[in-house]
Design a protein around this ligand. Structure first.
Ligand code: NAD
Length: 264
């Protein structure tokens, strides 16, 4: 194979369907000659992931629910047996109870706070620790975050607190793994209508607001985020680690409403 990812092998966690950000990244990596392994969460999603894996010749590495340590171990044992080493890892996983992605942050329950943090924050550290052992020639790890980590966004609530912790963990992981030439970065993606996003209250309003006010006057696609992922996972970004890179049509630089938006 030729291309920016030729000779590189990696695992992508978080493909749920063809609208997933993880799928946008998988397509970009595949187009540049990278070899990909996918995981899935439960049998229902396996049915959706299987045909997508076939489309890009990806290896189906196993069911992975990050709340279940044994399932994570099984996936990494599978990858070790299949390839012996890894060059990249993509973590595109997040979850919070839909009932708490609306209303006030102050009403977050302890159970959902802990669950949101375990699935959306700790799981990146958990898979990074396992991937480190297989990244014997260095590597690149990537996670997905959102501007709600930096500024308060309506309804994002506990997920914003989790993304802030995720972005901090990117920096700590970058320092831990840097001596092994393993890079750790995040993409802060603009809002995209995905399965996970459908749980967030008034998400269509957030999309419209971004479209009208981002410097580029449009929202982003999974293909665009995929291309930024390609940069982060390829050697083009070999000097970059510990970074949260915005792929949001520039929305994060805006301090005030830019354009009249009569219909929102
Ligand atoms: P998605 O629904 O397509 O993907 C979310 C994935 O998380 C699914 O594949 C799901 O199976 C997985 N997941 C949830 N709980 C899990 C668990 N316990 N174990 C294993 N996997 C689990 O939605 P998406 O928008 O592509 O989300 C991917 C990432 O991008 C998330 O971290 C999300 O917060 C982030 N993100 C999304 C947007 C957006 O607007 N869609 C913007 C910025 C960042």
């Amino acid at each position: 194979a030729s291309g920016l990812m030729a000779g590189k092998r990696g695992v992508i966690l978080g493909v749920a369907n063809n609208r997933s950000i993880a799928w946008g990244i998988a397509k970009a990596i595949h187009a540049q000659g990278g070899e990909i392994a996918l995981t899935w969460q439960g049998d229902a999603l396996k049915k959706r992931v299987e045909p997508l894996a076939a489309e890009i010749g990806a290896h189906m590495a196993g069911h992975c629910d990050v709340m279940d340590e044994a399932s994570i171990d099984a996936v990494f044992a599978n990858l070790e047996a299949k390839w012996g080493k890894l060059d990249f890892l993509v973590h595109a996983i997040g979850f919070s109870d839909k009932d708490e992605l609306t209303g006030r942050y102050v009403d977050t329950t302890p159970d959902n706070f802990a669950k949101t943090m375990q699935i959306s924050v700790y799981s990146f550290t958990s898979v990074a620790r396992r991937a480190e052992k297989l990244m014997t020639d260095g590597g690149s790890m990537l996670t997905l975050t959102y501007y709600g980590a930096e500024k308060v966004m309506p309804n994002y609530n506990v997920m914003g607190v989790a993304k802030a912790a995720l972005e901090a963990s990117v920096k700590y992981l970058a320092v831990d793994l840097g001596p092994k030439n393993i890079r750790v970065n995040a993409i802060s993606a603009g809002p995209i209508k995905t399965l996970a996003a459908s749980g967030i209250g008034d998400f269509r309003y957030i999309l419209k607001w971004n479209e009208y006010n981002a410097p580029l006057r449009r929202t982003v696609t999974i293909e665009e985020v995929g291309d930024v992922g390609l940069y982060m996972l390829s050697d083009l970004s070999r000097s970059v680690t510990g970074e949260t890179h915005h792929a949001d049509s520039g929305y994060h630089v805006i301090g005030m409403k830019a354009v009249d938006a009569p219909d929102i």
